[in-house]
Design a protein around this ligand. Structure first.
Ligand SMILES: [Zn+2]
Length: 449
């Protein structure tokens, strides 16, 4: 998308977004030392962690030294919370009365973790989002619709404030139901929106079936920012969303405990930039823990939020699996790119019949086949000593006549892309579970059978 006349107009912060890598790393190390010292001096949790590892803040002198700092896992945060200063516990680095924002994680992997932020932190959240919205072409002329439940989960809250910061007009579509949201988008001629891929596709279904509205033809949404699931970085899912809405779809990745750390730019390079002015990300081999610097090798992202003060996020194990891109992005940003976005969670990427499988690879295949609905489910079980994978899909009613061709195509593509064989179950159209926000399509039942 070469729609910006002036190169300077491409970037939210033209200086840091184009800094040479060495300068960027100098900046990161300087900020890292500062946040490490801050946490060491103010949080009993961090001080104990570092003392036990025999580490003092002054020991960090270079970019490579950062890897010496112990990692923090989500479970460690759970253990210290719900205690004084209530409810955040020992990692809180500011007096409790300085906290202005409460959010919590969704709790899909266990007890939720609470996230306190000060007003300064909250402004930092929206600043991170401003980088990504600007990179995706959001400008003052946009009217942005936010179709999410404004709730205790952070979701698109900071996206709301960032869109205002960039100068857009923002419509909070909070408690409206899906039909009312679509009608409001139509009435107000909104130009952009933010939602999970599951909801973007679900909204389009509702628009067509319940309201007779074709989003690409009848609505004016031309930019969609996705988060919460990897779909916008999975080429076939992205294509489905873009065709359905007649819009450009961009991915973004973030987490409650970390912040908004990665984004796709308007060039859509097939990956996400890491906002390296605000975060220090390292890629670590899942099995050996070794740092990965070269492209094409997958590892998990260990990440530090460099400016988050109330509850610091230092060397946090994101469990997000990714790989470095080998090419710089044509947009001119020097922020490094992770190729293909986040490939999955290190917990979800399991060995099946001895083969490493990322659920996103199955999604890529299913969504690339014309004739299948958007819904599918994968169930892994154990039959005797053997792993068994069942893939449940739905064929669109108008494509029933091509059933055999569709199924052959599906089996061939699955074998080609994932090196595994599947039992395919065709379910009646509209019978698989529909998800409102985030989908749960991958079920590994081997531990229980
Ligand atoms: Zn770019």
């Amino acid at each position: 998308m070469k729609t910006f006349s002036n190169k300077k107009d491409l970037y939210w912060n033209p200086v840091v977004e184009t800094l040479p890598l060495e300068r960027l790393q100098e900046l990161q190390v300087r900020k890292f030392k500062k946040i490490l010292k801050w946490a060491y001096e103010r949080s009993r949790f961090h001080r104990k962690l570092y003392q036990e590892a025999g580490l003092k803040p002054g020991d960090i002198k270079s970019f490579n030294d950062v890897a010496k700092v112990p990692k923090v896992e989500k479970a460690m945060m759970r253990d210290i919370q719900r205690k004084d200063p209530f409810p955040y516990g020992d990692a809180l680095c500011v007096p409790l009365e300085e906290v202005t924002e409460f959010r919590q994680t969704s709790g899909t992997t266990g007890t939720p973790v609470y996230q306190p932020d000060t007003w300064q932190d909250w402004e930092w959240w929206s600043e991170c989002w401003a980088y990504l919205l600007y990179a995706q072409g959001y400008r003052k002329t946009d009217r942005v619709f936010l179709p999410f439940g404004y709730n205790i989960f952070v979701a698109f809250w900071a996206g709301h404030y960032a869109a205002e910061k960039v100068g857009c007009e923002v419509i909070p579509g909070g408690v409206l139901d899906t039909e009312a949201r679509i009608l409001k988008i139509q009435e107000l001629r909104a130009t952009a929106m933010m939602a999970t891929p599951t909801y973007v596709l679900g909204m389009a279904d509702t628009a067509r079936k319940k309201l007779g509205i074709d989003p690409a033809r009848d609505l004016t949404i031309r930019k969609i920012t996705c988060a919460g699931e990897p779909g916008a970085s999975i080429p076939s899912t992205k294509k489905r969303m873009e065709e359905t809405w007649g819009a450009k779809v961009y991915d973004h990745v973030g987490a409650t405990e970390i912040g908004a750390w990665g984004f796709e730019c308007a060039e859509q390079p097939g990956g996400l930039h890491i906002n390296e002015a605000m975060f220090l990300a390292q890629l670590e081999d899942i099995e050996t823990g070794e740092m990965i610097e070269e492209p094409g090798r997958k590892g998990k992202i260990i990440i530090t939020a460099l400016d988050r003060m109330a509850q610091p996020c230092i060397r946090f194990d994101s469990k997000d699996v990714a790989e470095w891109s080998k090419d710089p992005c044509p947009c001119g940003r020097t922020f490094r790119v992770i190729q293909g976005g986040v490939a999955g969670r290190s917990d979800d990427i399991t060995k099946i019949k001895g083969v490493l499988l990322a659920p996103s690879a199955i999604e890529e295949v299913v969504r690339s086949i014309k004739g299948l609905s958007n819904e599918f489910e994968v169930v892994v079980t154990k039959k005797g000593d053997l792993d068994d994978i069942t893939l449940k899909i739905e064929i669109l009613p108008e494509e029933e006549k091509n059933r055999e061709t569709i199924l052959t195509q599906l089996k061939d593509q699955l074998r080609l892309k994932t090196n595994l064989g599947y039992n395919i179950e065709v379910h009646p159209f509209n019978s698989l579970p529909r998800y409102e926000v985030k989908a749960k399509r991958f079920k590994d039942l081997r531990k229980h059978s």
